[in-house]
Design a protein around this ligand. Structure first.
Ligand SMILES: C[S@@+](CC[C@H](N)C(=O)[O-])C[C@H]1O[C@@H](n2cnc3c(N)ncnc32)[C@H](O)[C@@H]1O
Length: 276
């Protein structure tokens, strides 16, 4: 396992991170939301992102096999399993999150449609051509080798299969040093960009289904998370250390400032592997 994968696993398994993400986002989803207003609950906006992506693969038949890489607490898997009838495999690095995922999935009576697997998306433990679609929300940013993630996705997709994902990205060409405070918040080595991902897809011969730039949501989202963390701090200190909260508030401010300067992007990328 590479150093960045090790650090990410340790980070998301830590009590501080687990309690922070679980409580501040509302327990199911931990990705950028699509907001109707700047005061909307984070959980509602985050669920809207899942519905938005789900709509883009709703043409797949009930029973289609979907792999969610970096699935965390499994909110997306439960939504697409119940709303679209898909069979979902959740693959995720942090065992602590996977346990919560299994519990919530069982509570919602979806264990026969969803399996949760401990693993690394740089080295997928699946056969070639197992899945009709691969799904990923805000997780590829953690990879130290994003081309490899794409190659693995390509390998496990059936011919004609689809890859749909969101990711916090950097604007192409921004130098690493000006992004350092952004990278440090969650121990990233680097960030991808819309251009990088389109280049990897092109090199694999994938067709672009849609690229949707929703970068304006990034600043709204991280501002909401920062406000929520600030106002709920007295209640959260019972579960999350003061040091983690202080570092997170500083880190979120760096993301907000970088977003306002136009250094960061976020959106949906949707590709299709050729039929043959
Ligand atoms: C910001 S969270 C997003 C989680 C989830 N997709 C969601 O939207 O709620 C990033 C997730 O990526 C997972 N992750 C990071 N690197 C990974 C890797 N190499 N393999 C599998 N999962 C990984 C982490 O465990 C974490 O759950």
């Amino acid at each position: 396992m590479s150093k960045v994968v090790d650090r990410t696993q340790e980070y998301y398994n830590s009590t501080d991170a687990d309690e922070f993400y679980y409580r501040v986002w509302g327990g199911q989803d931990i990705h950028v939301g699509i907001y109707k207003s700047e005061t909307e609950p984070i959980a509602d906006a985050s669920h809207r992102t899942v519905e938005h992506l789900g709509g883009k693969i709703s043409h797949l038949p009930s029973g289609a096999k979907v792999l969610d890489i970096g699935a965390a607490y499994g909110g997306a898997a439960r939504h697409i399993a119940s709303a679209h009838g898909f069979h979902v495999t959740c693959l995720n690095l942090a065992e602590v999150q996977n346990e919560r995922n299994r519990e919530m999935t069982a509570e919602q009576g979806l264990s026969d449609q969803i399996r949760v697997i401990d693993g690394n998306f740089e080295d997928l433990p699946f056969e070639d051509g197992e899945f009709d679609a691969v799904w990923c929300q805000d997780s590829i940013l953690h990879s130290g080798d994003r081309r490899r993630v794409f190659a693995e996705v390509n390998r496990v997709l059936k011919p004609g299969g689809e890859f749909i994902f969101t990711d916090p990205m950097q604007k192409k060409g921004v130098d690493k040093e000006s992004l350092r405070p952004v990278l440090n918040r969650i121990h990233l080595e680097s960030m991808g960009s819309f251009d990088d991902y389109q280049e990897y897809a092109k090199d694999l011969g994938w067709e672009t289904v849609e690229i949707e730039n929703l970068s304006d949501q990034l600043v709204v989202h991280y501002s909401r998370v920062k406000d929520e963390l600030t106002s709920r701090r007295p209640e959260l200190v019972e579960y999350v250390s003061q040091e983690y909260i202080d570092n997170m508030l500083t880190g979120l401010q760096h993301w907000i400032e970088a977003g306002e300067k136009g250094l960061l992007s976020w959106g949906v990328l949707h590709f299709r592997k050729p039929k043959n």
